[in-house]
Design a protein around this ligand. Structure first.
Ligand code: RP5
Length: 173
């Protein structure tokens, strides 16, 4: 499958989003939407640590020649994908545990968060909230070297704060 390049905002993809299966796509939708709202170009691939090991390694190793600065990898069940990705690149890797199967994503969370020392993966919340946090963490990393993006991030946090305070006001009436 060709990478899907979403060129909103900056044109070039700064984030690579890799899913272990097309069945993970719906769950990450909120995260992709956030990247688009922040104007971050990303490329989306379906690649599996177990089912397409060679293609996964080749794609990840090739990322250093692109403008990609952060990798987000989502997987369920044994969820080897984020760790495998981190083993093939020095780019920061954020792992999203997908809530699928009998254990509801706890299996994936434990797998992603138990990387051996030396090969880090940032594990976020299970499921859709994690997909959104993965996008926001990627934005935070990119914002370290992009003042415009840092401004958008501050505005996002302000809006979130105002929304909670408005609800607080409402319930105190
Ligand atoms: C994982 O197995 C995928 O990331 C997905 O969450 C899960 C099930 O995959 P499918 O059988 O739906 O392709 O590798």
């Amino acid at each position: 499958m060709e990478a899907m390049h979403v060129t909103s905002g900056k044109g070039k993809s700064q984030v690579a989003v890799i899913l272990g299966s097309d069945s993970d796509l719906e769950m990450v939708g909120g995260g992709l939407k956030l990247l688009e709202e922040f104007g971050i170009g990303y490329e989306l691939r379906i690649l599996s640590a177990h089912r397409t090991p060679k293609e996964t390694a080749a794609y990840v190793e090739g990322l250093t020649e692109t403008g990609v600065k952060v990798v987000i990898a989502a997987a369920g069940l044994s969820a080897a994908l984020p760790g495998t990705v981190a083993a093939h690149t020095l780019l920061p890797v954020i792992g999203i545990p997908v809530s699928v199967g009998t254990l509801g994503g706890l299996d994936a969370l434990l797998s992603i968060s138990q990387m051996p020392p030396g090969v880090p993966v940032a594990a976020v919340t299970i499921g859709s909230p994690g997909a959104r946090n993965a996008a926001l963490l990627a934005v935070r990393i990119l914002a370290l070297s992009d003042q415009g993006l840092a401004g958008k991030l501050a505005a996002y946090a302000d809006k979130q704060r105002e929304s909670v305070l408005a609800k607080d006001q409402q319930c105190r009436k």
